[in-house]
Design a protein around this ligand. Structure first.
Ligand SMILES: Nc1ncnc2c1ncn2[C@@H]1O[C@H](COP(=O)(O)OP(=O)(O)O)[C@@H](O)[C@H]1O
Ligand SMILES: [Mg+2]
Length: 360
């Protein structure tokens, strides 16, 4: 379900293991459909199309978070659907997601549910400035987020967010952002990749540095949080967990994604098993592969015209290019990514290599 670049790379990994993929998406000629055996092009709530899709496959997984969870629930009455639809429901709603994480005793930024401008005003009063207003649903790449600074007008901020259900959370002046991707099988076996550092530009992931330059204690804590969450969700497939490292060295969970994640693209070129192959293994009841890292890596997203540099990237030794086959180039659109490989353990603990971006 879903047929963007994550679906494309999943289908490619599946093909290597001899599987044929069918994809379901409203978009014709999608990145995944180009490399799949068959594609159903229909709206996500088209029940007849969902039934037709289920008829043609043995197991369903999804690559896109904003597929209506009811459609995935409907599919799960017809065919094995992994992860289970409840994982999608929780991660689709920032409030349910944060409630779920906190109920397990795992910390997030402090937050409040807000349903109108009045509630926003009193929530901001109790949380303090600055804070971030986010839509509860359908947000991605920073869309639907409003930074609220001292003196801001709650009515204007509420209108700017542009949705009727929100969550407001304390702004975390983080030292860095990291993520962990963990796979889990139906019988509860798990395998996690090393935590990586993520640098965003304008709320969109720009660079992932693998491994993250964090100390061993923090690394173990991040992995323990990932294990805890994936077990509590009883998730079969992949779970990505975005976290903030605070300046006093604590971890706060920011977001969950029950699917392959942009911060795991480096695993294609640097690890024994890629995140995409791992997802296929998990949902097809195969043994999980080794998550061992053969190289250190720096992955950079190619947004918009950045992908036009493909000639130079291909000419660079140690650089690996991935293009997604998108028909239309739009500013800021994820057109591809590149991964630079480095000798294992050569990326310093404190900073990335000299050629990585620093966040502005
Ligand atoms: N409470 C916060 N404090 C500081 N930065 C934040 C906060 N929430 C989000 N951000 C920044 O915005 C980025 C995108 O926000 P996120 O909640 O992950 O939404 P999405 O990825 O769905 O757009 C984060 O990776 C982080 O850089
Ligand atoms: Mg995010």
């Amino acid at each position: 379900m879903g047929a963007g670049q994550l679906g494309r790379m999943t289908a490619l990994a599946a093909a290597r293991l001899g599987y044929r993929c069918h994809v379901f998406s409203p978009e014709p000629r999608s990145p995944a459909a180009q490399v799949a055996e068959a594609a159903v092009v229909a709206s996500y709530d088209d029940k007849a199309a969902l039934a037709r899709f289920a008829d043609g496959v043995d197991v369903v997984t999804f690559e896109f978070e904003n597929i209506p969870h009811r459609s995935v629930k409907l599919l799960s009455d017809l065919i094995s659907t992994r992860p289970r639809w409840e994982c999608l429901r929780i991660s689709q709603d920032r409030l349910d997601e944060k409630d779920f994480v906190n109920a397990l005793g795992v910390a997030t930024a402090r937050y409040r549910r807000v349903d109108d401008a009045d509630a926003l005003a009193s929530a901001v009063e109790s949380l303090g400035h600055p804070c971030v207003l986010k839509t509860r649903r359908m947000g991605y790449d920073g869309k639907g987020q409003v930074l609220i600074e001292d003196g801001a007008d709650p009515v204007a901020c509420w209108a700017e967010m542009g949705a009727d259900a929100g969550i407001v959370e304390q702004f975390v002046p983080f030292e860095r952002e990291i993520s962990v991707i963990v796979a889990r099988t139906a019988d509860g076996m798990t395998a996690a990749y090393d935590p990586v550092e993520n640098r965003h530009l304008a709320h969109v992931l720009d660079t992932t540095i693998a491994p993250a330059g964090i100390d061993d204690a923090l690394r173990k804590q991040a992995l323990a949080i990932a294990e805890r969450l994936v077990a509590a969700l009883e998730l079969v497939g992949l779970l990505a967990i975005e976290m903030f490292v605070t300046r006093d060295g604590r971890l706060l969970v920011n977001e969950l994604a029950p699917r392959p994640h942009n911060s795991g693209h480096w695993t294609i070129d640097a690890c024994a098993t890629s995140q995409f192959e791992q997802l296929v293994r998990a949902v097809c009841d195969l043994p999980l592969g080794s998550t061992e890292r053969h190289f250190d890596a720096v992955m950079r997203n190619l947004l918009g015209t950045a992908a036009d540099d493909w000639h130079a990237i291909l000419a660079e030794p140690g650089a690996r290019l991935h293009l997604y086959g998108k028909d239309e180039l739009r500013p800021g659109r994820k057109m591809g990514h590149m991964t630079r490989l480095y000798r294992k353990d050569s990326i310093g603990a404190a900073a990335g290599p000299a050629d990585t971006n620093t966040q502005t």
